[in-house]
Design a protein around this ligand. Structure first.
Ligand code: NAG
Ligand code: NAG
Length: 415
């Protein structure tokens, strides 16, 4: 039995294919009569950690619900760095984002695309992640559900609110506004989508672009009833501890994220209470309970990670290119809900588009970096040729503008 991380922020299905000190359970492909290796090596890098593996296919069955066998791509991980951590008890990852993010290329059909086309289930899945108010154990055993092919009514309360998927790679959405304790942060709405806003179950915290992060921390400090707070708490290097008999949550404000509704002249807001972002850690002090800040800063994205997702039943409605949010019944601490959804609100006061149209996607960055590397290589080659040329020859070339005339240089060399 292998534990698999359900990740809506990547697109490869991969499992440990060899034992390591941290991973003793693994998929031994030699023992599968249906496994076929493609022989291709693949590397996948995440915000944290990376692995190298081999692409292959195998036949799967889904134990509940749909009958049948399906052939899917599965990468077997042979080497990894910071991926299988000692305290994290997972042995693989199920990437549920779009094929645009699949490695080494988008031609590697994703697990969910294979399932939709072979099992003929609707192109929609949904996630309920539980664990609100419970100690962060790192093992991900607080429970939850992944529903493939539809929506399960018992996993949510009230209405489902949908926001459009801006582009199908990550689950990229458009954030219009942030409020701390009911106060608008009042930043240019493009700051909230710099350079993208995504819904990612594989990210633990709520990650905010640096500028937004600073504004949120300042607003929390201003609104909270705590007089002095070490800056290390906000940056994640320190914990804050309280006597076990009291909880600190009443001291902190609510945090609301406004998302564009399907009707673009409306928005709705998802709200998390401090129970979700001031997170208890497992057994540190004797009489003290210690907490970490569940929000961190990011250089390249706003990430609606597990910190927020634990408040909601989240529906990835790929068929209609939208992500839905509804209040989750398991998002309760001490019998009280720790998340809220309200709407609709007008968007009259907000720009008609908060998402920059010039987003630099990874493949594009790679092309640019390869082009630059090639250019460096050519320049280096020219320099080496110059160094190796006999003095008389070198003389001849110094009369020319060598750097601007690489082709003639190469031609002469061949003569
Ligand atoms: C799956 O197959 C089993 C045994 O053949 C059958 O009893 C069951 O009803 C089937 N389930 C579905 C959803 O088709
Ligand atoms: C969209 O929302 C606006 C404002 O609430 C409303 O006037 C309009 O009728 C809505 N459009 C549709 C197509 O529902």
């Amino acid at each position: 039995q292998l534990n698999i991380l359900v990740d809506t922020g990547s697109s490869n299905f991969a499992v440990a294919g060899a034992p390591t000190p941290d991973v003793t359970s693994y998929f031994n492909t030699e023992k599968s009569s249906t496994y076929k290796s493609q022989g291709t090596e693949v590397t996948v890098r995440y915000t944290q950690g990376s692995w190298v593996g081999v692409l292959g296919t195998d036949v799967i069955t889904i134990p509940k619900g749909i009958n049948g066998t399906y052939t899917v791509n599965v990468a077997t991980i042979l080497e990894s760095e910071n991926f299988f951590l000692p305290e994290v008890k997972w042995h693989g990852i199920l990437g549920l984002a779009y094929d645009a993010l699949a490695k080494p290329s988008s031609s590697v059909e994703t697990f969910f695309d294979s399932l939709v086309s072979q099992a003929k289930i609707p192109n929609i899945f949904s996630l309920q992640m539980c664990g609100a108010g419970m100690p962060v154990s790192g093992s991900g055993t607080n429970g939850g559900s992944l529903v493939m092919g539809g929506i399960e009514p018992s996993l949510y309360k009230g209405d489902i609110w949908y926001t459009p998927i801006k582009e199908e790679w990550y689950y990229q959405v458009e954030i219009l506004k942030l409020e701390v304790g009911g106060q608008n942060l009042n930043l240019d709405c493009r700051e909230y989508n710099a350079d993208k806003a995504i819904v990612d179950s594989g990210t633990t915290l709520l990650r905010l672009p640096q500028k937004v992060f600073n504004a949120v921390v300042e607003a929390i400090v201003r609104t909270s009833l705590i007089q002095t707070f070490s800056s290390g708490f906000w940056t994640g290097s320190q914990l804050a501890c309280w006597d076990k008999t009291e909880t600190p949550w009443s001291l902190f404000p609510k945090l609301s994220i406004y998302l564009r509704d399907e009707n673009s002249s409306r928005s709705f807001r998802i709200t998390i209470l401090p129970q979700l972002y001031i997170q208890p850690l497992l057994g540190i002090g004797q009489n003290l309970e210690c907490y970490r800040f569940g929000i961190s800063s990011s250089t390249n994205a706003l990430v609606i990670g597990a910190t927020v997702m634990e408040g909601f039943y989240v529906i990835f409605d790929r068929a209609h290119k939208r992500v839905g949010f509804a209040v989750s019944p398991c998002a309760e601490v001490g019998g009280s809900p720790v998340s809220e959804i309200e709407g609709p609100f007008t968007t009259a006061d907000i720009a008609s588009n908060c998402v920059s149209t010039v987003t630099f996607h990874e493949p594009m960055l790679w092309i640019i970096s390869y082009a630059l590397m090639s250019l460096c290589g050519i320049i280096l080659l020219v320099l080496i040729i110059l160094l190796l040329l006999p003095p008389r020859c070198q003389h001849r070339y110094t009369d020319n503008d060598v750097v601007n005339d690489e082709s003639s240089l190469v031609r002469h060399r061949w003569k």
